[in-house]
Design a protein around this ligand. Structure first.
Ligand code: UDP
Length: 477
């Protein structure tokens, strides 16, 4: 779409991974379609992800600009945080030169947590710098608070497994803490420190949550003096969610055709996000658990990937000849379940599946986009967190919101546990309240993002701040 002179122009920078790309595309679209801005989305992509390239080819209200990032020089054995960090850093010179030549000159740059080091580029180039946290306010509060935590406090959490007390927020139990604290590798904390330190330099932080979802945490984040005293509470927080991808009404796909043939609210959908993988033993237990539950199911399945729970993060959606022959499933599974189940290799149209009338439940790895997609479609969940901040998300869904039940994912989860939790969500009386609660929460989410709702207004305030800034900076044009 051509950039027009009269509107305020905003640039966005997104790091690799569908879990960031999807909400950033939505944000860019809404800034254009609801708030009358122009938007350019700079994408640091994973060249080998077909899901990502398919998504980027769809029509968008924003300009999409891929940024080079020299991925060939990266150590393939590095942690995913280090790889993303290296890719982002390598893209910064291209970002700077692209912004300098982009017309009209953008008024603001919006980055994600992995892009916070580009906030200084925004400020140097005479722009506002915002962060969009594609997760909960609770994770945002942990990230905010992190730079001001003492070493002894972190050590007590990491080594003595004491809960992490974040002022005004629910403490984070060690068993639910973020992956980097559980991995217990000093160099990764430093990486996390590098991203989070810059949060205090932002002109505002947008978060994919809403007032009714996390009222207590949002209060802690916005009330003066509760968190990182020097910086944090001076940064305005904008809850703008739930921001999720709309389903495409006319999308044609085998899985949707299959769902059309199923009764209302009879199917459980099983998926571990864009990069999640299970080991061979776990796949066997899950297959048995689904079969024993006697529920209809759709399962997005990937080949086993040893012990790495995010085995295909950088190659997501990449198909192969093997995709159609999941020989790693228990013998006879496909045949025995063919009347009630459908196995979808590698990647499925999740937004469309979850909004289908036949889907009642969702076994999810608790990536925040998946969690929100469950809520906005009123689908009760079984939480099975794998990596990153997903255990914290599981706590929000189960203990705070009561819209899910949790499987304990330490080691291999047995078939009986899976069968029990699936039945609970799909048919038990115990699950009825959960199913009702998620439907109520769906309504609060719809209200928040509708015109005049708290999140809609919050995003309008961001747009207006960019507008006012641009007029002042460019001399009232
Ligand atoms: N997704 C999808 N099809 C799949 C798997 C994932 O469309 O087979 C989408 C999903 O709808 C969500 C995103 O990919 O929007 C994954 O983001 P999330 O935050 O849930 O998890 P992540 O992949 O970042 O761990």
């Amino acid at each position: 779409m051509p950039v027009q002179d009269s509107k305020t122009h905003v640039a966005l920078l997104v790091s690799p991974g569908m879990g960031h790309l999807i909400p950033f595309l939505e944000l860019a679209n809404r800034l254009v379609l609801h708030h009358n801005l122009q938007a350019t989305l700079f994408v640091v992509g994973t060249d080998s992800s077909t899901a990502e390239s398919n998504l980027l080819q769809k029509p968008s209200a924003a300009n999409i600009v891929p940024l080079p990032h020299s991925s060939s020089t990266l150590d393939p054995n590095a942690s995913y945080v280090d790889i993303i960090n290296a890719m982002m850093t390598a893209s910064f010179p291209f970002l700077r030169s692209s912004i300098t030549t982009t017309m009209p000159r953008p008024a603001a740059l919006i980055v994600d947590l992995f892009g916070t080091q580009a906030l200084s580029i925004a400020h140097e180039l005479g722009m506002l710098g915002f962060v969009f946290m594609t997760s909960t306010a609770w994770f945002l509060s942990l990230s905010f608070f992190y730079p001001s935590m003492s070493k002894s406090m972190i050590d007590a959490h990491v080594y003595n497994h004491e809960p992490l007390e974040i002022p005004g927020c629910t403490p984070v139990r060690f068993e639910d803490t973020i992956e980097i604290f559980q991995l217990n590798r000093e160099e990764i904390y430093e990486g996390f420190g590098g991203f989070t330190r810059e949060l205090g330099t932002a002109d505002g932080i947008l978060c994919n949550t809403w007032q009714d979802l996390e009222p207590i945490t949002l209060k802690a984040l916005t009330e003066l003096g509760n968190l990182n005293k020097e910086k944090v509470n001076q940064v305005p927080i904008y809850p703008i969610g739930p921001l999720t991808r709309y389903s495409e009404p006319n999308l044609k796909s085998e899985v949707l055709k299959w769902l059309d043939r199923q009764p209302d609210e009879s199917v459980i959908y099983v998926s571990f996000g864009s990069g999640g993988t299970l080991c061979a033993k776990q796949i066997t237990e899950l297959a048995w658990g689904l079969e024993l539950s006697q529920q209809r199911f759709v399962w997005v399945i990937r080949p086993p990937a040893g012990t790495d729970p995010m085995g295909i993060f950088f190659t997501v959606g990449t198909g192969s000849e093997d995709d159609s022959a999941p020989e790693y499933l228990p013998e006879g599974f496909i045949k025995r379940t063919k009347e009630v189940g459908l196995v979808v290799p590698m990647w499925g149209p999740q937004a469309e599946i979850l909004s289908h009338r036949s889907v009642r439940g969702f076994v999810t790895h608790c990536g925040w986009n998946s969690s929100l997609e469950g809520i906005v479609n009123g689908v009760a969940m079984v939480t099975w967190p794998l990596y990153a901040e997903q255990k914290m998300n599981a706590v929000v869904l189960t203990e705070e919101l009561g819209v899910a039940v949790r499987v304990r994912a330490e080691g291999v989860v047995g078939r009986e546990e899976i069968e029990r939790k699936v039945r609970m969500i799909m048919e038990d009386e115990e699950g009825r309240e959960i199913r009702e609660r998620v439907k109520m929460l769906k309504i609060t989410g719809e209200k928040a993002v509708s015109k005049g709702g708290s999140s809609y207004d919050s995003l309008a305030r961001v747009a207006s701040k960019c507008d006012i800034f641009r007029r002042r900076r460019d001399g009232g044009c």
